[in-house]
Design a protein around this ligand. Structure first.
Ligand SMILES: [Zn+2]
Length: 115
């Protein structure tokens, strides 16, 4: 399961950040996960307690936010959410070329700490 490695990576990032701000305890960690990834939030929740065991994050709550995919159309520059109703192409000009500008990867969004 690659989710475990994501969790480990984010926990270590969050721990660095918590230490920098002089926290003695972490209450919650919020991560955003892009809709375009193959990360299953359920597994993140499952592995989290194991990953934070023995750290100042032990007992904290994990919150996962799913970020919807957005595409910036190469034809007209508008951004849209690709789905079946618009045949995954631009609803403004009908173009099918574009770049994913949101909804990829995973990032650390928020860290709630107490000192
Ligand atoms: Zn367009």
């Amino acid at each position: 399961m690659h989710e475990m490695s994501y969790v480990v990576r984010f926990v270590s990032l969050a721990l660095d950040r918590a230490k920098e701000s002089g926290a003695s305890e972490v209450r919650s960690l919020t991560v955003s996960v892009g809709e375009m990834t193959d990360i299953v939030p359920e597994y993140l929740y499952r592995y989290y307690p194991e990953a934070v065991k023995g750290t100042i994050m032990e007992g904290s709550e994990l919150k996962v936010e799913v970020v919807p995919v957005k595409i910036r159309c190469a034809g007209c520059g508008e951004t849209y959410h690709p789905d079946r109703s618009n045949a995954y192409s631009c609803p403004f000009c009908g173009g099918s070329k574009g770049e994913i500008c949101q909804g990829r990867g995973m990032s650390l969004k928020e860290l709630e700490i107490s000192s």
